[in-house]
Design a protein around this ligand. Sequence first.
Ligand code: NAI
Length: 242
Amino acid sequence: MLKGKVALVTGASRGIGAAIALELAARGADIAAVCRSGREAAEGVCAQCRERYGVRAEVFLCDVADGEAVKETVARVRAAFGTVHILVNNAGITRDGLIARMKEADFTDVLNTNLLGAFHMIRHCSGLFLRNREGCIINIASAAGLMGNAGQSNYAASKAGLIGLTKSVARELAPRGIRCNAVAPGFIRTDMTRDQENAPLLAGIPLGSMGEPEDVARAAAYLAEADYVTGAVLRVDGGLAM
Ligand code: NAI
């Protein structure tokens, strides 16, 4: 149970982030739902958290790629909720393209949101974790970060980087009682993968189907409660990256 814990979830307005917010709320955590836009959708997620599970839940608009904005947002979450116990770095984007034609901005935009965004959040939450002598960081990586993916060199680089970040932070903060793990989803049915479901794609997945956001949310909730697990990369991919 996560009763009495405060979870900050980025990209919580929809898809996997929304499912994670609801799953952590179902286990009793209060929810700080961070997103760059889509306030209305995020308000809907928070209303469901409150009404279904009786927890506190509030929306905080923030672009995670902006370090100053992250600093301010963590301060606002602290003012509203007192602290943060669980940080879920889920916000992510894609700008797919073949490497020879990829614009530099497509590479840096993806790195800035997916990797630098997680760095900013970890950095600004770690003071709270150190003070609490506990903390749990969950980074949403990707099977692409383990296997690579043609047309996604920017995205795969960001997710492989996130896995290196996860393991380094896990080693660095373990002596202070702070855990850091990653989830590596495969193909999950969300806005990000809309229209991607096709026979060749499904043929590459041993379990033969795409996953649902709730599959990833249950893995994140497991890691939130698994006191003896740190530095792990938990694949939720139907066997894709085996
Ligand atoms: P989505 O596109 O449905 O939702 C992304 C969320 O991130 C939205 O709430 C959006 O507002 C937020 N966001 C984007 N940029 C942001 C920024 N700069 N600052 C703050 N919030 C920002 O995506 P989906 O599918 O739910 O993906 C969530 C995470 O899971 C991403 O990190 C993605 O890379 C990862 N993932 C998704 C897979 C899939 O098949 N859908 C597979 C593997 C990983």
